[in-house]
Design a protein around this ligand. Structure first.
Ligand code: ASP
Length: 344
């Protein structure tokens, strides 16, 4: 496709508005506080999808909306059952002729994990767009309504087809693989470090500046249909012990992602414990706690000698998602897992 594609919001069905499904899951975008000046002390996930939509009258000229309340949670409490349900619902809606695009409203805390998981498991070229808010719906200058309008606009745009799962936040369009939450409070809380946003949406216009190169959605072997194994995350830091790693191995986890220091470097105690975990059949992926950059294979640790996989540019939370999906898809050999991390 043309890498610089501009499309108005009404581009899918000539003469009629695009039909967009909005799946609400909760989060701060559906949060409410007793006082409009309160932006930190509030309850997430209490405002229903109909009220969220009613707060944005401009949606009526962008798309015809089909709304569903899939969950009403604070995304810090998200579990694998909701991921299974959400992915299945998206695939079912995307298969319908009367749905042109899908928007998911979500909490910001785990949005980057859900977005990347969906990017790998849903099987559609139709736009799937996640959005969220940093301020509750009840707040002064709440950011949710404009983010929702932007997300529906992108989900309605022909230019968003085949781009994988997208995140629209603060007027920017991000790839699900790249984005991460980088501020605990700021409205501009999401960044795609190293690579930047894919494009922008403003006042009904959608523009992509680039497309992504890694396979996603229908071009992956991953699915939400299979049971996902237990994969946990540990960290390396000054004075760390091997207690957590040994406990995870004893508990029978299938995989461990380690958030290493710097370029995925590991404290000697952690490195020895993880090498032993590999001997017990646990898949070990070395990521970084830094937040940007990548982890070089055989760089700060001898991956090939110790049986580790390097996460490349995936942060530990996204590396955990990919490791879980890869193990579920039968990718247990280290070389196969490394190829998955190099590919997706
Ligand atoms: N704790 C909230 C959530 O993730 C935060 C937010 O949405 O901004 O659901």
């Amino acid at each position: 496709m043309n890498p610089i594609a501009t499309a108005p919001s009404h581009s899918i069905s000539a003469g009629m508005l695009p039909r967009v499904a909005v799946l609400a899951t909760g989060g701060t975008i559906a949060g409410s506080a007793p006082d409009a000046a309160q932006t930190a002390g509030y309850q997430a996930g209490v405002v229903g999808v109909d009220a969220l939509l009613a707060a944005v009258p401009a949606l009526a000229s962008v798309a015809s909306i089909h709304a569903e309340q899939v969950a009403s949670i604070d995304s810090k409490d998200l579990d694998l059952a909701l991921w299974h349900a959400l992915a299945a619902r998206i695939d079912a809606l995307a298969a319908r002729d009367d749905i042109d695009g899908i928007v998911v409203t979500h909490g910001t805390d785990t949005l980057e994990e859900t977005a990347y998981l969906l990017h790998l498991v849903v099987k559609t070229a139709k736009p799937v767009v996640l959005t969220a808010a940093m301020r509750p719906a009840s707040a002064l200058s709440a950011d949710g309504p404009l983010n929702l309008l932007g997300a529906v606009t992108v989900a309605s745009a022909h230019a968003a087809h085949g781009q994988g799962v997208l995140v629209v936040f603060n007027n920017r369009i991000h790839c699900a693989r790249d984005i991460a939450k980088t501020s605990t409070y700021a409205v501009d809380a999401f960044q795609s470090h190293e690579v930047g946003a894919l494009g922008w949406v403003q006042d009904g216009r959608v523009e992509f500046q680039r497309t992504i190169v890694r396979p996603h959605t229908a071009a992956t072997p991953f699915s939400a249909g299979s049971a996902w194994p237990v994969v946990e995350i540990v960290s390396s830091y000054a004075g760390v012990s091997r207690i957590a790693i040994d406990a995870l191995v004893a508990a029978g986890v299938r995989g461990i992602v380690v958030a290493g220091t710097g370029n995925g470097s590991l404290h000697a105690a952690v490195q020895v414990a993880l090498a032993e975990a590999v001997q017990h059949g646990v898949a070990v992926v070395r990521a970084s706690r830094v937040g940007s950059g990548h982890v070089m294979h055989n760089g700060a640790a001898p991956d090939d000698a110790l049986g580790f996989v390097s996460a490349g540019s995936l942060n530990p939370y996204k590396a955990r998602v990919l490791l879980m999906l890869a193990l579920a898809a039968g990718m247990t050999e280290r070389a196969v897992l490394q190829l998955a991390f190099d590919t997706y």
